[in-house]
Ligand binder design. Sequence first.
Ligand code: KIV
Length: 277
Amino acid sequence: MAHKTLSDIAAHKNQPAPLVCLTAYTASIASIIAPHVDLILVGDSLGMTLYGMSSTREVTLEMMINHGRAVMRRNGDTFVVVDMPFGTYEDSPPQALSSAQRIMTETGAHAVKLEGGVSMAPAIQTLTENNIPVMAHIGLTPQSVADGKFRVKGKSDDQIARLHADAKAVETAGAFAVVIEGTIEPVAAALTKILTIPTIGIGASATCDGQILVTEDMLGLLDGHTPKFVKHYAHMRDDIEGAVQTYASEVRARAFPGDAHIYHAPAEDAPRTKKSA
Ligand code: KIV
């Protein structure tokens, strides 16, 4: 697959084939998904998915930088966006700029993502004026959920008006794309229509210009509640459990390690090589 640059992604509007996006937090997952996707997000969902935190609000800048660096070691030439964590950009545009500059210089990623619409427009504008590409994130924004209740957006006139204002504000501020999360289909469709930048949906219907899921979610690796918008393309939790059960029973039966997995003493008459030493 020909990999997409920032301008390819920014121009990807109303195309027959939507942008394909997934998350990665580690070098190994990045190396598997990179050849098949248009964009990799190092999402702050790692707080819950990888670290077992109760929300993304505990994630730190250092965590995002470390995982961003891991992904950038194995992303091939796939476009990588790193999430700005809660508490590192909301206070002021200068705070956002200093955090985003650290992410960009310390990871080598291609762009950052931050949550929020109208209220974050000044921060987005400051970053883009400083040549830091920004992917915005509106609709259901997990960093602003303090009570653990993730509510679908776009169900009231008030919410619809706010979503339209947020979408327009992030576009005007210079975001190159916007994630729309947890938003009812007609509203996601209307936002996709009024914007000139691509919309990337998660729980926001196939009307968006692209789709994103958390990789561990779509692989069926997570326990607990599965949101309605997640489709399991694999059942890795079951696969891993089956493999571990087989390993445990083979070790207990002394069936592993078998002959193929042990080092043998060199045969008496075989010449010793460096490899067999
Ligand atoms: O943190 C994340 O993984 C995200 C995606 C779910 C869009 O923001």
